[in-house]
Design a protein around this ligand. Sequence first.
Ligand SMILES: *Cc1c(COP(=O)(O)O)cnc(C)c1O
Length: 434
Amino acid sequence: MGRSYTRSQALFKEALEYIPGGVNSPVRAFRSVGDHPLFIDHGAGSRLVDVDGNEYIDYVGSWGPLILGHRHPQVVAALKKCVEETGTSFGAPTEIETEMARIITRAFPSIEMVRMVNSGTEATMSALRLARAYTNRDKILKFEGCYHGHSDSLLIKAGSGALTLGVPSSPGVPKDIAGGTLTASFNHLAGVEEIFSRMGEEIAAVILEPVTGNMGVVLPAPGFLEGLAELTARYGALLIFDEVMTGFRVAWGGVQTQKDIRPDLTCLGKIIGGGLPVGAYGGRREIMENIAPAGPVYQAGTLSGNPLAMSAGLAVLKELEKPGCYERLDQLTEILAQGLKAGAQKAGIPLRVNRYGSMLTGFFAAQEVKDYKAATSSDTLLFKEYFQLMLARGIYLAPSQFEAVFVSLAHSKEDIAQTVEASEQALHQLAARF
Ligand SMILES: *Cc1c(COP(=O)(O)O)cnc(C)c1O
C-alpha cells in the first residue's frame, strides 16, 4: 500500500550494533512476523506515528498500560505538575503513595495492604518470596503459557515473548530453582489436583493469570478458579492472582472482583503506572505484614512508589473511576470481536476470537481455544501474513499470535469500524491464496 519503512530499517540496523537483538524487550522485535520492528516517533490518543511518518491505529497500547490511549491530557498534566512542582524521586515517603495504596485496596476487596515496586516482574518475584516465607515451603505451581515476568522461578514454560520466540524455559535458570517450579495445564483442574495429592504439603503457592493474555486471551473454564481457591485453601498453599495485565483493565477490581474470588495475594502493574515503570503486590494484612520493615521478608526499591509513576497512575485511575468507562470498553471490544469473526466467516478462514473485557485474541485455530494446547496449535504462519496485511492497512497489532489486542478509551467507533474493514480485506486476500 505504498508505505515506506526505510527509516525504521536504518534505525533498527544501528540499534542491532549496540542492543541485543536491537530491542530492550524481546516481544518488540517482530521476529515471528517480519524482519524489523517499527521505530515509533510519537503517539496521540488511539494513534501511533512511526519514524517514516506512517500512521496506525494502535492495539498494543504499550502492551496494556495505555487504557486511556497516548498522551491523555490528564496524565500529561499530572506528569508536568509532578516534574515542575514536586520532583521525580526522593527515596522518602510521599502522600500520593498512600493515596495509590488506598485506591488499590478499595478496588480489590482481597487487598488490605499493598507494596509498590517498579515492574510486574518484581511484583510476582516478591509475592513468591513472601508466599514461601509465609508458608515455610519452597515449591510453586504455575501454568503452561502463563507469563509472570522474567524472574528465575517463573521462566518455566512461560508465555509471551518466551513462547513466541520458542524459549519458554530459559537457559541460565539454575536447575535447583527450575526444579522448584511445578507446571500444570491451564483449565485442567484434575491435573492440579493430582499434583497436590502427591506433593501438596510442599507447595507454597499457585500463581496464574486468572484470564490469560500471554498465550493470547484464554478464559477460565467454569469452576476452574473456584477449584484452585478450594485446593490451595485445603492444602495451606497461597493462591496468587497475577493481575498485572487484567487489573483495572477488564474491570475496576480485576478478574477476581468479577468472579468473586479472593486470592491470598494479587500482583498488579501496567495500568496503575499510567505508562511509567510500575508494579505492586498486595493481599491480606496478616500476610503482608511479614514484609520488611514490618516483618522479616526483605524486599526494597530505590525508585519504588516514585512520584512520577504514582502521579501518572493516579491520573489514569481517576479517569477509570468515572461511570461508564468499562461499559464503553466492553461495547467497543465486542463490536471489534464480532467484526473480526464476521470477516473471517466471509473469507472462510477459521478464526477463534476470545474476548474478555477490552482484551481479545483472534487465534487462527481450527478448534475453540480453551487451553495452551489449543492456543499453540494456531497457524502462526497465517498470523504472520495477516499481521503484515493489517500493518499495511494502518493497523498496529501485537507482533505475535500469542498476545492480546488491547482496546482503549481513546479508540473511537470509527477506529473500530476501520479495523474491522481492514481485517475483512486482509482475510479476503489471504483466502484467495489458499
Ligand atoms: C506484563 C506482565 C508481567 C511483567 O510485567 P513487567 O512490568 O513487564 O515486568 C507479569 N505478569 C503479567 C500477567 C503480565 O502481563
